[in-house]
Design a protein around this ligand. Structure first.
Ligand SMILES: [Zn+2]
Length: 322
């Protein structure tokens, strides 16, 4: 699974500036959440037959509202919607409120999961479809950190150790089902939108502090020499050499991620990279790798708003890093 858009954004920002502590903490929480989500997907794959389909980190938009769904599982019998929490510190739920280490929280995981479900079901029903949808809030944390003391206003939830038997039941319930998971997945994907088109990152102002230019792929240093080698850039900090073509594509992607709300243009990318000797490679890279938005005086390209390793998976380059 690709890293969620916001996590990619903050990781990219973190490489390019000193983040305030509160933002660093949020980044750390998102990393923990992502690890937990991967963990959950592995448990699903290990316990379910291969023809059940799993969709992850999907966004849906309705006028004036949107929702993000961690995991959708499609069997031959039903659709299951999972929200996954990896809560490593002590969380308790009692009398309708969540507490973290004893401190009452304003957010409520149960309400969040219910609201997301309402939007999801509204989208499906707008098409006149009445697919059975079951939702579960999953606490994937390995340790017993989450305690739910009463069942007031809870929505269905599962602790990690309950997953295997739950999934066994999912398989049993699917017997005799006649839905086509591939068709349903195709339909659900056709209704989805990209995270960066609906999410507005809370701290996007911080990107004004982000250092521009190419950073070393190995050590994030900005002290890179783009002139002395013909096909590579050279990191003056760690000695790493990366093909220029790759470094340019990687940096265009990072620029696009930080400025996810703008299209890519040759002038903005060239300015961000700030190396006149790379201008030709930048122009060629935009032309070869990115989809043209519109023709005209200033060509603009569709911004994938993803880091290179997600936007161009498995891309081969003529030269290797060394
Ligand atoms: Zn380096």
């Amino acid at each position: 699974m690709d890293k969620p858009f916001e996590l990619q954004f903050y990781e990219c920002l973190n490489e390019r500036c000193e983040l305030p502590t509160s933002v660093k903490n949020r980044l750390a929480r998102q990393q923990v959440g992502y690890e937990g989500h991967l963990d959950f997907i592995n448990i699903l794959r290990e316990n379910l037959p291969g023809h059940f389909l799993i969709l992850n980190d999907i966004f849906y938009r309705l006028p004036y509202k949107f929702t993000q769904i961690d995991t959708i599982l499609i069997t031959v019998h039903a659709i299951y919607r999972f929200e996954v929490k990896n809560l490593l510190s002590e969380f308790t739920y009692k009398e309708g409120f969540w507490y973290r280490k004893g401190e009452r929280l304003s957010r409520n995981f149960f309400t969040q999961v219910k609201r997301a479900g309402e939007i999801f079901e509204e989208i499906i029903q707008n098409d006149g479809l009445y697919l059975p949808v079951e939702s579960q809030l999953v606490f994937i944390n390995e340790d017993d950190t989450v305690k739910i003391f009463d069942q007031e206003n809870v929505s269905p939830y599962l602790m990690r150790w309950e997953l295997r038997s739950y999934l066994k039941k999912v398989v049993e319930d699917s017997r005799g089902g006649s839905m086509n998971p591939k068709e349903i997945a195709k339909y659900l994907m056709s209704k989805a939108t990209e995270g960066h088109l609906v999410v507005d990152v809370m701290d996007k102002k911080l990107r004004a502090l982000a250092r521009s230019g190419i950073l070393c792929e190995n050590c994030d240093s900005w002290r890179v020499d783009v002139i002395s080698r013909r096909y590579h850039i050279l990191c003056k900090n760690c000695g790493r050499q990366e093909p220029k073509q790759r470094a340019v594509l990687r940096t265009i992607c990072d620029y696009g991620l930080l400025y996810y709300d703008r299209p890519l243009t040759k002038s903005s990318v060239t300015e961000f990279i700030g190396e006149p000797s790379l201008e030709y490679i930048i122009k060629r890279t935009l032309r070869n790798y990115f989809e043209l938005h519109s023709k005209g005086k200033a060509s603009t390209y569709v911004n994938p708003a993803k880091r290179m390793k997600f936007a161009f998976k498995g891309e081969e380059f003529r030269y290797y890093s060394k």
